[in-house]
Ligand binder design. Structure first.
Ligand SMILES: Nc1ncnc2c1ncn2[C@@H]1O[C@H](COP(=O)(O)OP(=O)(O)OP(=O)(O)O)[C@@H](O)[C@H]1O
Ligand SMILES: [Mg+2]
Length: 342
């Protein structure tokens, strides 16, 4: 904390009370994950874009952003300062497998896919097994058949619409070209805006599947440096549809893998009943401004905010201002996160 004197320090914002620059030492932090909360318009998405960009530059680590409002392209253009690609899953489907994959990795990918789908759709075991068998068969054949056509319709019953949307964004790739590999190597904004509008459960499955693939493909470093940043904005979206799966990811995206999750959500209650576990798994909590006392009362114990601190927090009301807690330090800071300050 304090001045940036270590290679692992990342600048966060200016202390509004003492005028000092506050930074986060990732090395001494109990976790490399970040949680930003705040009412609509308080500056969460900007804060997450800026923090992810600073982490990405500091650690020379690629950033993967799940963008359900189609806003991160603009933000990253402003803040990142290096090229990135935008992947619209409605135009370029996600590889479920590639023809010629070896047996193990093919089964692994299909298993990952089916368990992810099941975590949101809760399919009966018979349907799950049939889906698994069908997908393995399709992955082994190198036909140019779409999953949508190939999955037997009797499988789909109640979820017909959703599953056909799902299968329009996943594909058996024939060539070794793999969009997932490209995603891992470069900074990417995954544009899920249309998919999210079309079917929120399918966009939740899509995010979870990619997030789990990132884990599979990440090398294990067992060191404190960050080797990848994953941005999950509108976190309620995942916690609403698949909270257990999300918790699993949060815990498994541990320091050993060098993956930092930068998360944002409007209300701490969105995370119930896992609020405590989620906050405990973060190294930094930034609560952006609100004039509502009940908002601060709910956050007070996570921020270690006193009655006086709450009064102060309510006075700093402009966008990008808020209360920052850097764990394990006890004292919270009233900060302003200036997107253009470096
Ligand atoms: N740090 C900042 N400094 C100055 N202005 C900011 C800052 N953060 C956000 N703003 C302004 O507030 C607007 C809303 O910010 P942003 O989209 O990040 O809010 P949000 O909390 O993500 O909102 P929502 O809940 O609707 O997604 C921005 O377009 C920008 O004009
Ligand atoms: Mg936002």
């Amino acid at each position: 904390m304090g001045s940036e004197n270590s290679a692992n320090d990342v600048y966060i914002g200016v202390d509004l009370v003492f005028g000092r620059r506050v930074s986060w030492n990732v090395e001494t932090s109990p976790s490399q994950h970040i949680l930003v909360v705040g009412p609509t318009g308080s500056g969460k998405s900007i804060a997450v874009s800026v923090l992810a960009s600073r982490l990405g530059r500091r650690f020379d680590a690629p950033i993967t952003i799940f963008d359900i409002k189609n806003e991160y392209g603009d933000y990253m253009r402003l803040f990142l300062g290096r090229p990135f690609n935008v992947w619209n899953v409605m135009h370029t489907p996600i590889p479920l497998c590639t023809c010629g994959d070896d047996e193990n990795s093919l089964h692994y990918d299909v298993h990952l896919f089916v368990t992810t789908v099941n975590s949101v759709f809760k399919m009966p075991s018979y349907t799950r097994e049939q889906l698994y068998d069908t997908l393995v068969r399709l992955c082994k054949q190198c036909d140019e058949v779409t999953l949508e056509e190939a999955v037997p319709s009797h499988l789909l019953t109640d979820e017909y619409e959703s599953l056909s949307t799902l299968f329009s964004v996943f594909k058996v790739y024939e060539s070794p070209y793999n969009a997932l590999n490209m995603l891992l190597e470069r900074d990417s904004v995954i544009d899920l805006h249309k998919l999210f509008l079309l079917d929120k459960r399918v966009s939740a499955i899509t995010i979870l599947y990619i997030v789990k693939q990132i884990l599979k493909k990440s090398r294990v470093f067992f060191e404190s440096r960050i080797s990848r940043i994953v941005v999950l904005d509108e976190l309620w979206h995942l916690t609403h549809y698949a909270v257990d799966e999300f918790m699993n990811v949060l815990v498994r995206y541990s320091r050993g893998f060098g993956i930092s999750l930068a998360m944002a959500t409007q209300n701490i209650d969105d995370l119930k009943p896992y609020t405590d576990s989620i906050v405990e798994n973060c190294g930094m909590l930034l609560a952006l401004s609100s004039a509502s006392q009940s908002y601060w009362l709910k956050l007070a114990r996570y921020l270690n905010l006193s009655r006086k601190g709450i009064e102060n927090a309510m006075r700093f009301s402009s966008q990008g201002t808020g209360v920052l807690r850097i764990y394990p330090h006890e004292k919270p800071f009233h900060v302003y996160l200036d997107p253009f300050d470096e």
